[in-house]
Write a protein that binds this ligand. Structure first.
Ligand code: GUN
Ligand code: FE
Length: 461
């Protein structure tokens, strides 16, 4: 060996499965990954023994995790939830027959406003972080509420639980109920205070980072959007918002912003679109809007469970991808009823089937490999961390889940003849892709037996 000695803390040995490119799985059998004290992947080897690697790299006091004993266990990159409302978690499953605008006033605003009570906020935020981590979500882009202290608490709890997170204090200063609305001054002050807090508790944003969060165009004045856009431009902050989710919402935006050509123009005109922007939903985009989004480099968070539940429509994911727009997945808790990105990916497959039935375009169908890419690599691009998370690569962080299809309580029954055996080389890849499909459609958090973020173990069953 040449060069400086590697500061390796742990070696993981087993099967590694990921989706480095859209539409295909890569299976690395008998792999060994070495992770340093910062949680960075510094060794990637295959077909070696732990002893050989320890000797070759002259490693000392290294922890070893060896799951390379056959069976149906594999390491998979942690999931990235690119759109989730932490305070809405208690409402998961509660949406009746509502659609977006009445859903907001009936179910959502009262719950969000009630989290001004920090005891209640802590109860909800602890639970949503535990639940998402338990489902393999190692990184989440959260909307909190308009409240400064409760939003700061969400940042503190993300650090405490060890989840990578973008924390957005929600901005809304018009068209909102009196009990849940800010003035322009309050929104500015609160946004700056939250950014200051996050940068104090995590100065290098190793785990949590701020994200500017105008709720959506109808709830923000021109003045507030303008201020947020300038702040983004000046500091290069990430931002997130909703776009073209529902037809009544779009009509409303046209009424509120009559000078803008379309909904997307409102954000563009206020400097709120760039490659660090996450746009949730983007279902009913015009060609012009799609081109504008592509040209700015902004990404789309596809939230299929929410889009079915509150009957918003079917996002044309293949159309976005074919046009060069990055796409990730979002649970959109609680427009979506599940905190699980695995379940969201499953529903992305089904929604794409419904879309294909109406377009009669075979290519609109998303594959298992496609949606797992969106859940990991796609999401990483949306949050601007594609050089850090989303796949197994030297230099990336160990944000990983260990999946065991034979775990206690597993709902995935893999029969003996379905188990991949390396000796049957010609069927090996096919068997793994079938096993992964069984995980996608039948698995749940009982199969995610361990989760790490930045190399730290944050869940162990
Ligand atoms: N549009 C504005 N606010 C929201 C929200 O909380 N959830 C969803 N799905 N859409 C929104
Ligand atoms: Fe949302």
């Amino acid at each position: 060996m040449t060069g400086a000695k590697l500061n390796v803390r742990a070696l993981y040995k087993g099967t590694f499965i990921h989706t480095p490119v859209l539409g295909s799985l890569e299976v690395i059998e008998h792999g060994i990954v070495g992770v340093d004290h910062d949680g960075t992947i510094v060794i990637l080897e295959r077909n070696r023994s732990l002893e050989q690697v320890i000797e070759d790299f002259d490693l000392e006091e290294v922890e070893t995790v060896d799951v390379d004993h056959g069976g149906n266990k594999f390491f998979f990159p942690g999931f990235i939830d690119t759109h989730i409302h932490a305070p809405q978690y208690p409402n998961n499953g509660i949406f009746g027959n509502s659609t977006l605008l009445d859903w907001l006033t009936t179910y959502t605003f009262p719950l969000e406003a009630s989290l001004k009570d920090l005891t209640k906020a802590k109860l909800v935020y602890d639970k949503v972080i535990e639940r998402t981590l338990g489902n393999g979500t190692t990184c989440a882009s959260y909307y909190a509420t308009i409240d400064t202290d409760a939003t700061n608490l969400l940042a503190d709890l993300s650090i405490e639980h060890g989840q990578r997170a973008f924390i957005g204090k929600v901005c809304m200063n018009q068209n909102s109920p009196d009990y849940y609305c800010e003035t322009f001054e309050e929104s500015k002050e609160s946004t700056l205070k939250v950014i200051e807090h996050i940068n104090k508790v995590d100065p290098h944003n190793k785990l949590v980072a701020p994200i500017l969060t105008p709720r959506f165009a109808p709830s923000c004045t021109d003045e507030l959007l303008h201020w947020l856009g300038n702040l983004k431009k000046e500091h290069g902050y990430h931002s997130q918002t909703h776009i073209c989710e529902n037809k009544d919402e779009i009509k409303w935006v046209h009424e509120l912003y009559p000078d803008a050509e379309g909904y997307t123009d409102v954000y563009k005109d206020h400097n709120l679109l760039d490659e660090k922007t996450i746009l949730a939903h983007a279902i009913h985009l015009t060609e012009h809007e799609k081109d504008m989004i592509r040209d700015t480099g902004a990404g789309v968070s596809h939230c299929p469970i929410s889009n079915s539940s509150i009957t918003s429509g079917e996002c044309r994911v293949r159309w976005l991808l074919d046009n060069g727009i990055p796409v990730g997945l979002g649970t959109d808790v609680s427009g979506g009823f599940s905190p699980s990105i695995l379940q969201t990916a499953r529903q992305a497959v089904l929604v794409s089937r419904h879309l294909a039935m109406s377009t009669a375009l075979e290519k609109d169908k998303l594959s298992v490999e496609d949606v797992l890419y969106l859940a990991t690599q796609g999401g990483a691009k949306l949050v601007g961390l594609n050089d850090k998370i989303g796949s197994f690569e030297l230099g990336k962080q160990w944000d990983v889940q260990l999946v065991d299809l034979d775990a206690k309580g597993s709902q995935v029954d893999v029969f003996e003849w379905q188990v991949p055996h390396i000796v049957e080389i010609e069927t090996y890849k096919l068997k793994w892709s079938n096993v992964i499909a069984k995980w996608l459609f039948n698995g749940d958090d009982r199969n995610t037996t361990k989760v790490w973020v930045n190399g730290r173990l944050v869940k162990a069953l």
